[in-house]
Ligand binder design. Structure first.
Ligand SMILES: Nc1ncnc2c1ncn2[C@@H]1O[C@H](COP(=O)(O)OP(=O)(O)O)[C@@H](O)[C@H]1O
Ligand SMILES: [Mg+2]
Length: 374
């Protein structure tokens, strides 16, 4: 028997998406090819402590009614540490490492701050361990809706009209900020924390007098706020991207999918994403759009992945206007990854099932060059 690659599967985390991450990791743990991979789950609790969880325990983390799972706080604390040319996962008792296991590659199922934003990727770089997904810079830029638009725009990719409000602008002259926005952009507007996640703090604004409140609401999550001109009547079309196959250089793109928001005047907000009780949202896979539009979305998705320097995986979300024009809304470097999420569903539509997708990602991670500057 060939030896299995040893994977640390990191989940939970300090962001508002802690519970979603637990659900996702549980699904991955139930599906991952254990003939190929030896899985070592690590749950990060809300306070940032790393805990060793058994594979069986992770497989059983499920929602109970409306109560979503969290990382069990009584589980053994662990550290990931470099030891010569090895990286080990170990308990720490009385200053001594216990129950050491060698780790070959890290896979995170963390969303939002401290997971998707380059921070944990920096930790892996410092340790010298290869990992699945984008590196430090692409993760950090992908997390910041403003910086992401700056990079995409500078590379000639189409993004919608937008304005940024920095802390200093707002604190020194909030009226001036609102005037600038009303002159530059047309209603409706979407007001967003630059570095948020899962739509928390996002508001749709239809009149000038609602603007200050919406900005304050976004500032609860981030002192930097992005205000975008709303796309009216546009469709939300998404494309899943995987890094190139070995020996090739072109990112792989999936067929497109559509987010269909049913609630009148609604948008794809936190409740619609994670508490879809009222059937507010449908995922339509594949999207019912003309081939020419699908081709454009896929080309823009591959190009966005490339210009942001993404690796491994990303989901590129676009708005397609009534006239068929395509604009990039955002690039998610750690997209929703439950079996029913858009990203795996899109690969399923391309003939790659959930297990094969997980294997593909870890295989890409294992061959990742091991330095932050390449
Ligand atoms: N400029 C816009 N025009 C129209 N709808 C928008 C716009 N920006 C955001 N939305 C709506 O809000 C949702 C969440 O915004 P998004 O920027 O994707 O943030 P998140 O990171 O929370 O997914 C989108 O899926 C879409 O329904
Ligand atoms: Mg989004």
């Amino acid at each position: 028997m060939t030896s299995r690659a040893s994977v640390v599967l990191v989940f939970g985390g300090r962001s508002s998406e802690h519970e979603i991450s637990c659900l996702t990791a549980s699904g991955v743990a139930r599906t991952i090819d254990t003939d190929a991979f030896e899985v070592h789950p690590v749950g990060i609790s809300r306070d940032g402590t790393w805990h060793r969880i058994s594979l069986a325990q992770l497989q059983q983390l499920r929602a109970r009614g409306r109560e979503l799972p969290t990382v069990p706080a009584d589980a053994e604390p662990v550290v990931l540490i470099s030891k010569g040319d090895r990286v080990v996962l170990a308990g720490l008792v009385g200053g001594h490492l216990t129950d050491e296991v060698d780790i070959d590659v890290a896979m995170t199922m963390l969303h939002g701050p401290y997971g998707e934003d380059g921070t944990v990727q920096g930790q892996f770089e410092m340790l010298g361990i290869p990992y699945v997904g984008s590196g430090v810079a692409a993760s950090a830029v992908g997390m910041d809706k403003h910086l992401m638009k700056v990079v995409l725009e500078a590379s000639g990719l189409p993004v919608g009209p937008h304005e940024v409000i920095r802390d200093l602008d707002w604190v020194s002259d909030s009226e001036g900020c609102c005037e600038r926005i009303v002159v530059a952009l047309e209603f409706p507007l979407f007001v967003k924390p630059a570095r948020g996640g899962s739509s928390l703090g996002i508001s749709k604004v239809v009149a000038a007098d609602q603007l200050p409140r919406a900005i304050e609401k976004a500032r609860v999550h981030d002192p930097k706020v992005l205000v975008e001109q709303g796309f009216v009547g546009a469709r939300e079309i998404e494309c899943a991207v995987l890094g190139p196959l070995p020996g090739t250089i072109t990112p792989r793109t999936s067929p497109c999918g559509e987010i269909v928001v049913n609630s009148q005047d609604g948008f794809y907000d936190f409740d619609a994403k994670y508490r879809p009780a009222a059937n507010q949202v449908d995922l339509q896979v594949p999207a019912r759009i003309p081939d020419s539009v699908s081709d454009t979305v896929r080309q823009l998705a591959a190009r966005s992945f490339d210009v942001l320097g993404c690796e491994g995986l990303a989901r590129v979300d676009t708005f397609v206007t009534a006239s068929g024009e395509v604009f990039v809304n955002e690039v998610n470097t750690m997209p929703g990854f439950t079996e029913l999420s858009m990203y795996p569903s899109l690969w399923q539509a391309a003939g790659m099932d959930y297990r094969d997708l997980i294997t593909d990602l870890i295989t890409q991670g294992l061959s990742r060059p091991n330095t932050a500057v390449r």
